[in-house]
Design a protein around this ligand. Sequence first.
Ligand SMILES: Nc1ncnc2c1ncn2[C@@H]1O[C@H](COP(=O)(O)OP(=O)(O)OP(=O)(O)O)[C@@H](O)[C@H]1O
Length: 529
Amino acid sequence: MLSFLIRRFRGALLAAAIASVISGSCSVFLVSQINVVLAAQTTAPLQGLKFALSAVAAMCAHMFSAMLFQNLRQRAGAELREYISGQVMQAPFRYLERVGSASVQSALSEHTASVTQFFVSVPALLTSGAIVVGCLIYLMVLSPRIFLVTLPFVALGAFGYHLAHLKAINYLRSGTAEQERLFEHFRSLTEGAKELRLNRAKRRFFSDSVLSRSIESVRRQRTVGMSLFVAASSWGNFLIYAFLGLVLFVIAGDIPDRARVLTGFALVMVYMVGPLQALLVSIPNANLVKVAAERIEALVRGMKSTELEVTAVSEGALRSIELQSIRHRYHDPQSNESFHVGPIDLRFAPGEVTFLVGGNGSGKTTLAKVLVGLYPPEAGAILLNDELIDDANRDRYRQQFSAVFSDFHLFDSLLEQRRPELDERGNRLLARLQLLHKVQLREGAFTTRSLSHGQRKRLALVVACLEDRPVLVFDEWAADQDPGFKNIFYREVLAELREEGKSVVVISHDDRYFDVADRIVRLENGLVV
Ligand SMILES: Nc1ncnc2c1ncn2[C@@H]1O[C@H](COP(=O)(O)OP(=O)(O)OP(=O)(O)O)[C@@H](O)[C@H]1O
């Protein structure tokens, strides 16, 4: 993920990185000039000019790199969100069901924000890095003997930091994993608002034992992780002052040019504390970026689809859809239990109304999902007009269907190019379903979606009819409708769709209307009986 972003913006990143290093180097040069002036008896005007030019150069380089990095951050955020959204839209539907919406939401919000933080950490890392390296070089030039003494200190500091760092990153990783569970609980806060209000005991349990525990766990893991990093950077700071004390009071002795060397060391070491701290702080930030990038990568990896996206809907008219010995299986790894649908053989033809009936949990919705191509069959074959459906043409196959599942989603518009005739047809259908006084279709968008559940379902029916696909699937559409609308749906709408030559699949428990069907398919425990 990060390497992709780095490759994508490598030109601008390189320019901004060079500017950061220039800014850091100019700062070190300024400090060295201060030391020269402090040690000299007089100051030459040329030195003043050099100092002023370096200060201006440091400012310009810093400004340029910071602006460029901010710009890159926004561009990277936008591209990452588009990339993840694109992957989500083409991901296998079953995979999305399995990972759940909380993982997708946190990838799009929290993790994306963390990854783009990289573009803010980099200038700090580079500028501070350049200052620290520059300072060390200056110290080496000033007194190679004293500088050699710094090496064990650097090694000691690096070792201590590395140990803390390894421990900290584990805490950050598990904190991020817990946070995804927390996002799921946040969703329950709004989606389960009714249930939580109606039952005080459940509300308290959810609050104390589920939500607070998860919030606390994220807080604890992140606090421990970040505290370890802070402890490590404080350790680095301490070593600087310990080293300075050692130089000033123990090692210096009677080295040549004592005053100039010691002033230089003191000045540079004190100056280095800030950038070193920034450097040490930006390392945990870089780790947060790494952890977030790993989460996004893990999520997106499962979204890879081998299907080809259709560019145009198939021209040929529907003649038949055949399911040949198709099977689907849900497996729960926790309980190691499975539910099997199939083997099932069915044929669907135009102008035919098929009712899919059976008890709760008998597999009707699952079969419908296999039929419309949301679940590729795990065994058996699907044939559209005698053509075998596989990954190469599955997306084209799905374009044959309009479906209203029980957990349907209503977009606020038809998501189609504006067509006045579409508005007219839609409003006629809305009038027919007695919704026109509540909602209208204007320029392809609905005037409102604040409707009752039954009304929203009627709106979903209108959307499905307007799509004008050869096959329509209704999953217990009539379950929430009053008798009048049930009658319109079963006796009028289905009859009209049949007249238009549509193949209609209706999942239903309304045995009063079973006579409407041309064929009834009864499922029991995943099998047609
Ligand atoms: N997304 C899923 N993940 C795992 N198992 C599932 C999933 N959806 C359904 N199942 C399992 O598959 C079985 C059949 O479910 P399905 O929704 O197909 O039944 P149904 O006949 O449509 O039931 P109902 O009449 O209650 O809507 C259920 O027992 C359930 O355990």
